[in-house]
Ligand binder design. Structure first.
Ligand SMILES: Cc1cc2nc3c(=O)[nH]c(=O)nc-3n(C[C@H](O)[C@H](O)[C@H](O)COP(=O)(O)OP(=O)(O)OC[C@H]3O[C@@H](n4cnc5c(N)ncnc54)[C@H](O)[C@@H]3O)c2cc1C
Length: 485
């Protein structure tokens, strides 16, 4: 380190490995298993500074290299050490527009923290916890500055209000373009509001970000299904939009196609979580959602990702007697965030690993009574690189259940693709777009997030949104179009 960049960190470099990672204060498991309030309570300023002081200030910060949007971790952490929390928030915002959200839901163990040098010997730096701390601090201080920009006279339509659409909106409004977001549901935020439950991502956090965008001039319109209410051609040819961004996500649930999947009591995770989040079953008994009265009932989710854990932990909070995860591989292969697996285990979720349903059974009225399951063992790796689950002959057993939630993945909803002539899609129905510019095969139409990549992560959707905004701005200012080859 050169004298000019002398560290302000009071902890000598050789002592930093000895400082333990500061624990995130959280609600006690026995308490939180019965409420929808946020599990993690957030660092205090003191805890944040202590944690930040563990940073090894690497000359080549691999944490940043491993962040899909390249957040300058070392620089924002240095600002925390110096006590400049607003400066740290501003530094993160250079690369990430929704830090209060990514600090809470990014899979840090696979990204920034996964490459932290500390993790070779001790626990990695709590980068997600620190990001969340400064974003919340900034929000509490109410110091967002509204940018002043001259209007360009150009109009952009954004289809879908998930993290990718919101990122495009936030970036383009700051370039002076008029931005209008169309959302099919009655609430703005995509998966951030209809999927991820309150106990992981309070809706108020998302609403604050959206309010800020409104103040900047972004217009939001709900209950508009593009492709049904209005088409992309109509938006461009009749309503005068100069460009369109499609960020419609991958919200179409997939099923196993096993007998009994149509029974009463079998849900897709999307429906189950939407009922809880948007129809406010999480506010039970103030809002009563009779279909989700789970008191004393046995509930199982099928799957091992974030969606599966969100669904079953919500079921537990709605009073489920037994709450099972049926996952066909082992814990090592589970795609969910490590912290969520840990929290779910603490809350008493019963993980039935190497187990899959082969049939759902019912009573005479068609209500689910049990899942016939089979145990698995792991064989050779499959195309995904993970070991393939192989059923063990003669291992069938019946698990008594009242509710089963299918969380085995989602795919693209075809409405926009099938109503937009010339818009290229791949064989799985996702929109084809350039990885650098997010340009599609239709002039003036851009796409990004899950509708291009398939179900992925919040930060990847935001990264695509950022690239798209840059590319849309270039298109609007130069008029040049080089579509996807
Ligand atoms: C339950 C759940 C938990 C998750 N947990 C995590 C996590 O912890 N960490 C993480 O990084 N990722 C997580 N993910 C994945 C992450 O949320 C997604 O990758 C991300 O939201 C994708 O963003 P997006 O903007 O592409 O789409 P979405 O967030 O899906 O938003 C798309 C929006 O478009 C709207 N729309 C669709 N069609 C139309 C139409 N025709 N007209 C108008 N609007 C339309 C939809 O209603 C939706 O609001 C989770 C996903 C789910 C379902």
């Amino acid at each position: 380190m050169s004298p000019a960049t002398k560290s302000k960190n009071p902890v000598p470099m050789k002592e930093r490995m000895k400082v333990p990672r500061q624990l995130m204060p959280e609600q006690a498991p026995e308490l939180r298993a019965h409420n929808f309030e946020e599990v993690n309570l957030g660092y205090s300023a003191e805890l944040a500074r202590q944690e930040a002081q563990r940073c090894l200030e690497c000359a080549k910060p691999t944490c940043t290299d491993n962040c899909p949007v390249g957040v300058k971790v070392k620089e924002f952490v240095e600002l925390i050490v110096a006590g400049d929390f607003l400066g740290a928030a501003a530094k993160i915002r250079e690369d990430c527009v929704l830090p209060a959200i990514t600090g809470r839901v990014c899979p840090q163990e696979d990204q920034c923290e996964g490459k932290c040098l500390l993790s070779k010997k001790v626990k990695p730096l709590g980068i997600g916890y620190l990001e969340r701390f400064v974003a919340d601090y900034e929000q509490k201080m109410g110091t967002h500055v509204l940018p002043k920009v001259a209007p360009t006279g150009k109009k952009v339509a954004i289809v879908g209000s998930g993290p990718s659409g919101l990122t495009v909106a936030g970036d383009l409004i700051q370039k002076g373009h008029k931005v209008h977001v169309f959302e099919a549901l009655h609430e703005i935020g995509g998966v951030l509001v209809y999927g991820i439950p309150e106990f992981r991502l309070p809706k108020q956090i998302v609403r604050e970000q959206i309010d800020y965008m409104r103040q900047m001039g972004v217009e939001f319109e709900t209950d508009v299904v593009v492709g049904r209410t209005v088409t992309i051609d109509e938006l461009m040819e009749e309503e005068g939009y100069d460009a369109v961004y499609i960020g419609t996500g991958a919200g179409l649930p997939q099923f196993m196609n096993i007998p009994g999947e149509h029974l009463n009591g079998v849900y897709s995770a999307n429906e189950f979580l939407t009922r809880i989040n948007l129809m406010k079953a999480y506010k039970f008994p103030v809002y009563d959602e009779p279909m989700l009265d789970l008191h004393g009932k046995n509930v199982a989710v099928i799957g091992g990702g974030n969606t599966a854990l969100d669904a079953i932990r919500s079921a537990l909070r709605l009073g489920a007697g037994m709450a099972y995860v049926l996952y066909r591989r082992s814990e090592a292969e589970m795609p969910a965030r490590a912290e969520e697996v840990h929290h779910a285990q603490q809350e008493g979720i019963d993980f039935q690993m190497l187990t899959a349903p082969v049939e759902f059974l019912s009573d005479a009225k068609g209500w689910l009574t049990a899942a016939r399951c089979v145990r698995m063992e792991l064989g050779e790796p499959d195309a995904s690189g993970r070991r393939r689950p192989v059923p063990i002959q003669g291992s069938e057993f019946d698990l008594p259940l009242s509710v089963a939630i299918m969380a085995i993945g989602t795919t693209a909803n075809p409405i926009v693709q099938t109503t937009t002539p010339g818009l290229g899609t791949n064989k799985r129905g996702y929109i084809v777009a350039s990885e650098e510019t997010q340009r599609t095969t239709r002039k003036g139409v851009f796409a990004g997030g899950d509708i291009v990549t398939g179900a992925a992560t919040v930060i990847l959707a935001m990264g695509a949104g950022r690239r798209a905004a840059k590319s849309i701005h270039e298109y609007l200012t130069t008029g040049e179009w080089e579509g996807q080859a």
